[in-house]
Ligand binder design. Structure first.
Ligand SMILES: Cc1cc2nc3c(=O)[nH]c(=O)nc-3n(C[C@H](O)[C@H](O)[C@H](O)COP(=O)(O)OP(=O)(O)OC[C@H]3O[C@@H](n4cnc5c(N)ncnc54)[C@H](O)[C@@H]3O)c2cc1C
Length: 334
């Protein structure tokens, strides 16, 4: 390893998941922050066929360099091929860090890649930072999610992490941004895929994508029952937002799993977050790191959620909710 080489943070371009979540853009944004600290460049990897729109997208969202392989042989994803390609590129270019979205896809291939590269991998991270000695701090839930561990990879390179969608905010799209685009020919001798894609069909099940909502109305056990919880939908609709939930609520069947906010669920970043009847357990608040403004309603003024809030309303959740809905409807009519 030469001393003066340009350090690089690589972000795997998981564009096949783009419409479910924008984790690659979020990772590029975080990589830009981290790269400033360790004086590195941010490099996005894009493999596939007819990928120019992704080259433009990742450039507009902050990547300094794009490593692109555009070839019909990569039209569909193949674990073996992707692994072989990245392994070769890593051996040639020696990146400091590789970040991968913790999507179904990233969760499948990241551990295999780490094994091949004989390095560590922190899975499902909910935070990334840089230590005083320039190492990547990978914050990941541990001990069944009861604690957050800060992990560093001291000896091996690259430092690798998969990161939950919604953990970071993307940099707004800017068409004036420029990146160095390296178009690399497909390497020879890649393994034949062992799995052949016969057909591809997007799931018709409606994706619950609260990660991108700018207003979220979140409800907890303090809502009392399913009927009262359903009322949160009405407030969310009036404000053009979406509904989030705590784990007891999801377990009780008042909300679907896609609405779960927290360590075991979504990381949200709304401009305004309403929190009705939620105590503020760490596993829940772990998902609220990026909410701009929090309005909490709880009958217990000492609840953690009330202390975290910008506006805390002590009272019965359903009473406050019904009054808010009434007032909003009145104003809409006026
Ligand atoms: C490994 C692990 C992972 C977890 N992951 C998550 C996760 O991702 N997300 C998550 O949310 N939880 C998670 N949990 C659960 C978490 O620890 C808490 O149990 C949960 O967040 C509590 O939900 P809650 O606030 O709705 O309920 P409670 O803690 O029971 O709080 C209810 C609140 O409602 C208030 N209240 C009651 N009645 C009223 C009323 N009439 N009007 C107004 N306020 C009222 C109470 O004062 C109280 O503050 C996890 C736990 C573990 C162990």
């Amino acid at each position: 390893m030469t001393k003066n080489r340009q350090k690089s943070i690589w972000v795997f371009g998981d564009y096949r998941n783009y419409y479910q979540n924008r984790v690659t853009l979020q990772l590029i944004a975080r990589a830009v922050d981290l790269a400033k600290i360790i004086n590195a460049e941010v490099c996005a990897l894009i493999f596939g066929y007819e990928i120019d729109e992704w080259i433009m997208e990742y450039t507009a969202h902050g990547a300094d360099r794009i490593l692109a392989i555009d070839d019909p042989a990569l039209r569909s994803y193949s674990t073996e091929r992707y692994l072989a390609i990245i392994e070769k590129l890593v051996k040639q270019r020696d990146p400091e860090v590789i970040l991968i979205g913790a999507t179904d896809f990233g969760r499948e291939f990241a551990p295999r890649l780490a094994k091949r590269l004989q390095t560590g991998l922190s899975a499902d991270c909910v935070g990334l930072g840089i230590s005083e000695d320039g190492l990547l701090i990978q914050t990941a839930p541990s001990f069944g999610g009861n604690m957050l561990a800060e992990i560093v990879t001291e000896q091996h390179r690259p430092q690798m992490a998969t990161v939950r969608p919604g953990t970071f905010k993307e940099i707004p799209h800017d068409n004036n941004k420029k990146a160095i685009v390296e178009r690399i020919p497909l390497m020879k001798g890649l393994p034949k895929p062992r799995v052949r894609l016969v057909e591809y069909e997007r799931s018709v099940e409606k994706e619950h994508t609260i990660e991108n909502a700018s207003v979220i109305v979140c409800g907890g056990r303090g809502m009392g029952n399913k009927e009262k919880f359903k009322k949160l939908q009405e407030l969310a609709r009036l404000l053009g937002g979406d509904v989030g939930a705590t784990r007891p609520v999801v377990y009780a069947g008042w909300a679907d799993h896609g609405a779960l906010v927290g360590q075991a669920g979504k990381h949200i970043k709304p401009k305004i977050l309403f929190s009705f009847g939620i105590s503020g357990a760490i596993q829940h608040t772990a998902g609220l790191g990026e909410a701009d403004f929090i309005i909490a309603v709880n009958k217990n003024p000492q609840a953690t959620m009330m202390k975290m809030a910008d506006v805390a309303i002590a009272g019965d959740a359903s009473d406050v909710l019904n009054n808010l809905i009434k007032e909003l409807k009145k104003r809409i009519r006026e």
